[in-house]
Design a protein around this ligand. Structure first.
Ligand code: IDP
Ligand code: MG
Length: 139
């Protein structure tokens, strides 16, 4: 089934000039980029995005990091996009991520793992709406 998912090139990757390298991989895997922009979140906007993790011990560090610099957010579309994108990203901890995945190749540690991807169709819908208006998703 053709579906959409949200990808984020996180602030660590943007500051390390990895944006182009990562976008190239999305395109090489056949995803259509339906929307894309560069944004910098406030602390409270980062907290809203990661609301499901509010009770976790790493929530403060995670949201400081995500608000710490600009990021690139994209809507990727394709067959089975949510899972295919998660497979391309690799496991949360870069050391546990499979060879060839984005996190394995570029991630530093569990807190600086270069990319985000929605983990279900439901979270994709919430996350896409968090960053993009209907008007920005019209093509
Ligand atoms: P995911 O990004 O692979 O979906 P989640 O469990 O949703 O992983 O966690 C969101 C983000 O929070 C991760 O990408 C990572 O940056 C950070 N994180 C997750 N677990 C830990 C942890 O145990 N310690 C520190 N940071 C964590
Ligand atoms: Mg997640």
């Amino acid at each position: 089934m053709v579906e959409r998912t949200l990808a984020i090139i996180k602030p660590d990757a943007v500051s390390r000039n990895l944006t182009g390298e990562i976008i190239k991989r999305y395109e090489q895997q056949g995803f259509a980029i339906r929307a894309m922009k560069k944004v910098r979140l406030t602390k409270s906007q980062a907290e809203g995005f990661y609301d499901v993790h509010r009770a976790r011990p790493f929530f403060g560090r995670l949201t400081d990091f995500m608000a710490g610099g600009p990021m690139v957010v994209l809507v990727l579309e394709g067959e089975d996009a949510v899972k295919r994108h998660r497979d391309l990203m690799g496991a949360t901890h870069p050391k546990e991520a499979a060879p060839g995945t984005i996190r394995r190749e570029f991630g530093t540690d569990i807190e600086h793992n270069v990319v985000h991807g929605s983990d279900s169709r439901e979270s994709a819908q919430f996350e896409i709406g968090y960053f993009f208006s209907t008007l920005e998703l019209q093509f």
